[in-house]
Ligand binder design. Structure first.
Ligand code: COI
Length: 390
């Protein structure tokens, strides 16, 4: 198994962070509890990202003093100067991770090291500070333990955790922020799409581009998301849940923006293949993506499947559908987990994607869903799932 570090490779570390300033220090944590606990919602009333827990975790940073003592406080508004650089030049990046309840009622996080690595990759790209991922994970674990009652027990439901880093320096000058805030909020969630756990329809989008070579599409920056909303509204008007972002004249299939995209087909060589776009700088390095690839290599390759991280086009997908070789398609992400796709409309034509008879999923998406959830909810022992409660 590959092992990963939560800190950055040397050549990718934050260039503006003065050496020798203090890193995040979990032992300095202070906790101020709320005096007005919120009522818990019924799981059927959970709308993704609308309701938050009682508290938040905050860690301030200054270029001079490094990371200041972490604080857990009641969930509250931020107070920022209108000139704060986050509002003007998009100094903001974030993560999505989840906490789960296992059958023994313990709290589990799924591969938090991958989120820490990625947040450091994101922050360093926009001149925000980096940090020790293990120490930040320790604090997130404490925060999640405090919010334990908000973690839904039902499978498919979890506590979505949103670590966020923003530049807080008050200046309209364009330069590296001299101060930053790293904070964590959490939201009990069920299915990401309002349609529930159902297969979705996508519109292949060529009129706008999500990411490009040399750009920042592989970093989880706030700036990657806002520009996708107008195309999303346009697609929604035509009845599609999301855009499938294509790239270039060739119409390469990239990702969905809220999820990475997987396609299963019998390829031109007659081999069953699970394919997803390669990490060429335009694709978000999804933790679910990486996990599905690992599971596929473990479970599908012995059954004769090829598993590929390779460029593929919408034309190839349509050809496979026309020739009856298209087996399945699904999106994969932390928020959406595994989300079966039933159709992609491209240049006005609908490419239909098979589902299992009478089901809202195909067999592969169903298997990945089951494998992933069994690990995430601690029903099987797996090194990806980390117990964070006693
Ligand atoms: C996630 O899957 O966690 C995401 O960040 C996608 C979206 C909700 C922004």
């Amino acid at each position: 198994a590959r092992s990963f570090s939560t800190t950055l490779p040397q050549n990718d570390s934050q260039p503006y962070q003065p050496k020798g300033t203090p890193d995040i220090d979990p032992s300095a944590l202070t906790i101020e509890r709320t005096t007005t606990p919120k009522p818990l919602l019924d799981s059927k009333d959970l709308i993704f990202g609308r309701n938050f827990t009682d508290h938040m975790l905050s860690i301030e940073w200054t270029a001079q003093d490094g990371w200041l003592p972490p604080r857990i406080t009641p969930y509250q508004n931020l107070s920022l100067d209108p000139s704060a650089c986050v509002f003007h030049y998009a100094f903001t990046c974030f993560e999505g991770m989840k906490a789960y309840k296992d059958p023994q009622n313990r709290i589990r996080l799924f591969r938090p090291d991958r989120n820490m690595y990625r947040l450091n990759r994101s922050s360093s790209r926009i001149a925000l500070p980096t940090f020790d991922g293990d120490k930040f994970t320790e604090l997130i674990a404490k925060f999640v333990e405090l919010e334990e009652r908000f973690i839904p027990k039902q499978k498919g439901y979890s506590l979505y955790i949103r670590p966020t880093m923003i530049g807080t320096q008050n200046t309209l000058g364009v330069g590296p922020p001299g101060s930053a805030l790293l904070y964590v909020i959490a939201s009990p969630v069920g299915p990401y799409y309002p349609t529930g756990f159902k297969a979705i329809s996508l519109e292949a989008t060529e009129s706008a581009v999500r990411a490009w070579p040399g750009g920042v599409g592989d970093r989880k920056l706030g700036a990657n998301y806002a520009p996708c909303i107008v195309p999303q509204i346009d697609a929604a008007k035509r009845g599609y849940q999301q855009n499938l972002w294509l790239f270039g004249e060739e119409g390469y299939v990239t990702e969905v923006g809220t999820m990475n995209m997987f396609v299963a087909w019998v390829n031109e060589e007659g081999v069953k293949e699970l394919i997803t776009a390669p990490l060429d700088g335009t694709i978000l390095e999804g933790v679910t993506r990486e996990s599905i690839l690992a599971l596929a290599r473990e479970k599908l390759v012995p059954e004769g499947w090829a598993v590929s991280e390779k460029k593929y086009t919408m034309a190839q997908m349509k050809k496979a559908a026309d020739e009856g070789r298209l087996l399945e398609a699904f999106g994969a992400g932390t928020a959406a987990v595994v989300s079966p796709v039933k159709a992609v409309t491209w240049r006005g034509e609908e490419v239909k994607i098979p589902l299992s008879p009478g089901k809202e999923t195909g067999p592969l998406a169903e298997s990945f869903w089951n494998w992933m959830l069994a690990i995430q909810y601690g029903e099987v022992d797996h090194p990806w799932s980390q117990i964070v409660s006693k």
